[in-house]
Design a protein around this ligand. Structure first.
Ligand code: C5P
Length: 232
């Protein structure tokens, strides 16, 4: 067993999917259930970690024994993660964050009128929280915090999934990237997941696959935590 290898380790995890408000009753959302992030929280807890879970619209219950910070929008998730990361040894961004949000949030419900057969929404880019966490770490000159990102990639017909993932790894600046193959009966809303885990084996090295997992989201979570052992 993995025993208590995370004893005394503060683990911060984001889970779920953000909702970007349009008006008081509507939002733009995504299909993330929070299952993978909640499974990570369970795995980290089982291994003795001190877990904080920033949960965006979770469809599954988080375990007892963790500290839960509920959020909804990407802006709220960013604020909570940047605040909590100052006290974390391991930071895992498993939440599905909206890339865009409505440019303005109406204070009253958007009405349909006969003059409005079409409605155009203007969206603006959300900040990349994972990159902000990496930036905040270097601003604080912290050297021992480990930051983990997720990448959902579809299709591997042309065998470019890992190429994309390597580029994403470099662009995000995280230490570990969990590459999640979606759209093959695994991923959103299911209990199974199939991942490759990318990291550099030594500082300055090329990102390479240092682990893989195919199984329940809990099994995948344990494989991700095992992979952290290579870095720490
Ligand atoms: O860029 P892409 O969405 O593919 O990257 C996925 C990773 O980046 C995930 O770890 C996700 O939580 C994170 N992310 C983020 N902020 C965003 C978009 C994605 O932290 N605005």
């Amino acid at each position: 067993g993995r025993g208590s290898d995370l004893a005394g380790t503060r683990v911060l995890i984001s889970a779920g999917g953000t909702r970007e408000p349009l008006d008081p009753v509507r939002y733009l959302g995504n299909h993330s259930s929070g299952r993978q992030g909640v499974a990570l929280a369970k795995a980290a807890l089982a291994r003795g970690g001190q877990v904080t879970l920033v949960g965006a619209n979770l469809e599954v219950p988080p375990p007892d024994g963790i500290s839960l910070v509920p959020v909804s929008s990407a802006a709220e998730l960013a604020e909570a993660m940047l605040r909590e990361a100052a006290q974390a040894d391991i930071v895992i961004m498993s939440a599905a964050v909206a890339d865009y949000r409505p440019a303005s949030v109406e204070t009253t419900k958007i009405k349909k009128t006969s003059a409005n057969e079409e409605l155009t929404l203007r969206l603006v880019r959300n900040p990349d929280i994972l990159r902000s966490l990496v930036q905040a770490r270097s601003d604080r000159s912290v050297t021992d915090q480990v930051i983990v990102g997720f990448a959902a990639e579809t299709g591997d017909a042309d065998g470019t999934v890992l190429d994309h993932a390597r580029k994403k790894f470099e662009a995000k600046g995280c230490d570990l990237l969990v590459v999640n193959k979606v759209g093959t009966g695994v991923g959103f809303g299911t209990d199974g997941n199939r991942v490759d885990i990318l990291a550099r084996r030594r500082p300055g090295g090329e990102p390479e696959v240092i682990g893989s997992a195919d199984g329940s989201k809990l099994a995948v979570s344990h494989a991700v935590i095992d992979a952290l052992g290579v870095l720490r």
